[in-house]
Design a binder for this molecule. Structure first.
Ligand SMILES: [Zn+2]
Length: 156
């Protein structure tokens, strides 16, 4: 018989697939096997195969304009303020809540944003002008300034 903890894990894996999270990430977060996940993906996404291309190395690959920079920064701030970890449960809860109150965001991007901030691959900086927090990286013109007010001066 499947225990409650196991059942919760399977339900979360199912929900994350429904949300469109890449299977390698679902597997890493839930421990559910690839064969099961692939079968569920096809059932949930009406016979479509799961994407299996290479995943991006960092969240920065997703940030291609100011609007995306703003939404991704808002999500990261929301997740990190409200949850202590990046687990299947916290990702699912934070992603659902954020979409309900704020804006749509690809769950893969949401995952990478929080992962990369926790791993210090990117920095969440405070804007001196509007006080918003944003993903700061000097490497791109979409991340070297505040996406909310366009200020380039940041706190350290
Ligand atoms: Zn600002």
């Amino acid at each position: 018989m499947v225990g409650l903890a196991e059942l919760g894990k399977l339900q979360l894996a199912h929900d994350l697939i429904h949300a469109g999270l890449r299977l390698s990430i679902v597997r890493a977060l839930t421990g559910v096997g690839t064969r099961t996940l692939r079968k569920w993906w096809k059932e949930i996404h009406h016979g479509k195969r799961p994407p299996n291309g290479k995943l991006p190395e960092t969240v920065l690959s997703f940030i291609t304009d100011h609007e995306t920079a703003a939404v991704v920064s808002a999500y990261a701030t929301f997740h990190i303020r409200g949850y202590n970890d990046l687990s299947a449960a916290s990702l699912m809860a934070a992603w659902r809540e954020f979409q309900r109150i704020c804006a749509p965001i690809d769950i893969n991007v949401a995952y990478f944003a929080v992962r990369d901030i926790r791993a210090r691959i990117v920095v969440l900086a405070d804007c001196n002008t509007c006080r918003a927090r944003f993903i700061y990286d000097v490497g791109s013109r979409h991340t070297d300034r505040c996406p909310f007010c366009d200020t380039r001066v940041i706190a350290d």
